[in-house]
Design a protein around this ligand. Structure first.
Ligand SMILES: N[C@@H](Cc1c[nH]cn1)C(=O)NCC(=O)O
Length: 443
């Protein structure tokens, strides 16, 4: 535990995750190139990203169960191989149909990485280091977005589609090699935590994890906090900024980097706040979501294309949502026993990705609808006009608003259960704050 070998595992694991995020986000950067290569509609292109996310999200529970059965190393190696093959398929795809197959493989491989890594952490590290390292892992992984926004985008521009995607696949091949060489499930002599029970037992643990209000609270926390940023970085950010707002592709790519940078600053702070105020984790999540919603409202109400400072503010607040979603995994950790933690993590980690694929698809569908209406009215086609984006992005209020309502419901049930089982009563935040203020004043 916490040994030098553990730090090597942390480094290699983080590299595998970073490469997974590179593959995951490469399509967001290649969206414009994809529309030229495949000559497709916005909805068809968004289907590429949506399918990848659907596959990712739908495999979270099976992967969680498989981690508990076969250990995280096996899952990480299989996942990295699938991503490598998937990107090769995308590299040589002559049509959008073949590209879809490639991206499905990428989504399937990606699904195995993060929750395996979170599980690996618990075997190699102990104590209060674990939640802090989870935030750092999340942070390091997001650097994969930097790799897709800078070297990958550069390779795409100068060498074209096939060489850029082959180069991305090579990064997965390197990660696979290092993973085979260095990753181990647990320190030598540590007990084998894998369960060898039947599928029925695994299903029993899964059902129990699903039923727990604390797991549901984690799911909705993940759903509401990271989805706005994921929609932006994975698909609609670059077209919105380049064609809608009118930024240069370089400035648009820089905005995605600012989003990642903001998450990197926020992650450790949120890690500390989560550890310091465990009973206020949901308020932390809600605070993040309300601020994201507020800034989006200002952007969408701005009379013309928003100024650069407002776009910077938007990406900064969306960036906080990424590490904010890890609070959801902390709910899974604290409200579930170890035996069903893999499954609980899988359930929670689906949240943000389900919200994202629903919104990516709806934004694409609305853009297409508005453009058809424009053409039918005799105007020239302008698929990515700023006004169309303004309407399409309104879907966030419906999808995330629904998530907030569900989060509040799950929180109410979680608090009721805590009071019933442990006698812990959590007062509303304003009551707690005014009590604290009164104590401070010595009243
Ligand atoms: N929200 C991310 C993690 C994160 C940390 N900092 C910024 N983002 C998440 O849910 N990750 C799961 C994954 O597979 O990447």
């Amino acid at each position: 535990m916490n040994s030098r070998r553990a730090w090597l595992i942390f480094g290699i694991g983080a590299f595998l995750y970073l490469v997974a995020v590179l593959q995951r986000t490469s399509l967001g950067v290649a969206g414009v190139a994809a529309s030229e290569r495949f000559d497709s509609s916005a909805a068809a292109l968004s289907m590429l990203a949506v399918l990848q996310l659907v596959v990712y999200a739908s495999l979270q529970i099976p992967v969680g169960v498989l981690i508990d059965r076969f250990g995280p190393r096996a899952l990480m190696l299989v996942g990295t191989s699938l991503m490598c093959i998937g990107q090769i398929v995308v590299a040589f795809s002559p049509s959008i149909t073949v590209a879809v197959i490639g991206r499905v493989l990428v989504g399937a491989g990606d699904a195995a990485i993060f929750i395996s890594l979170i599980r690996l952490l618990s075997s190699w590290f102990s104590g209060s280091l674990v939640p802090q390292l989870s935030q750092w892992l999340g942070n390091i992984g997001q650097l994969g977005q930097v790799l897709s926004a800078v070297p990958f985008a550069w390779a795409l521009l100068y060498f074209g589609w096939t060489p850029a995607f082959v180069a991305a696949a090579s990064a997965s091949a390197l990660a696979l090699f290092l993973g085979i060489l260095c990753l181990r499930d647990r320190p030598r002599g540590a007990p084998d935590g894998r369960h060898t029970g039947s599928l029925r037992t695994a299903m029993h643990h899964l059902r129990a994890a699903m039923k727990r209000p604390g797991t549901q609270l984690g799911f909705w926390s993940h759903f509401v906090s990271q989805s706005s940023g994921t929609v932006f970085t994975m698909f609609w950010g670059i077209p919105f900024l380049v064609f809608g707002v009118g930024l240069s592709p370089e400035t648009a790519a820089l905005m995605l980097l600012v989003l990642v940078g903001s998450g990197m600053v926020a992650g450790p702070i949120l890690g500390l706040l989560t550890a310091r105020f465990p009973l206020r984790r949901s308020s932390l999540v809600l605070g993040i979501v309300y601020v994201i919603g507020l800034v989006w409202t200002v952007v969408l109400l701005w009379p013309e294309e928003p100024p650069l400072w407002l776009i910077v503010l938007l990406v900064v607040v969306m960036g906080v949502g990424g590490p904010g979603s890890l609070i959801g995994l902390d709910f899974a950790r604290t409200f579930n026993p170890m035996r069903s933690l893999g499954s609980a993590n899988g359930i929670v980690n689906m949240g943000g990705f389900i919200a994202s694929f629903v919104m990516i698809f709806l934004v694409g569908a609305i853009l297409d609808l508005l453009d058809h209406a424009r053409v039918a009215a005799g105007e020239p086609s302008d698929l990515y006009s700023y006004d169309s984006f303004r309407l399409a992005f309104l879907v966030q209020y419906i999808v995330i608003g629904f998530g907030v309502a569900m989060l509040l419901h799950a929180r109410h049930r979680t608090r009721r259960q805590m009071k019933h089982e442990e006698g812990i009563e959590v007062a509303p935040i304003w009551v707690a704050l005014s009590r604290r203020l009164r104590r401070h004043r010595g009243e």
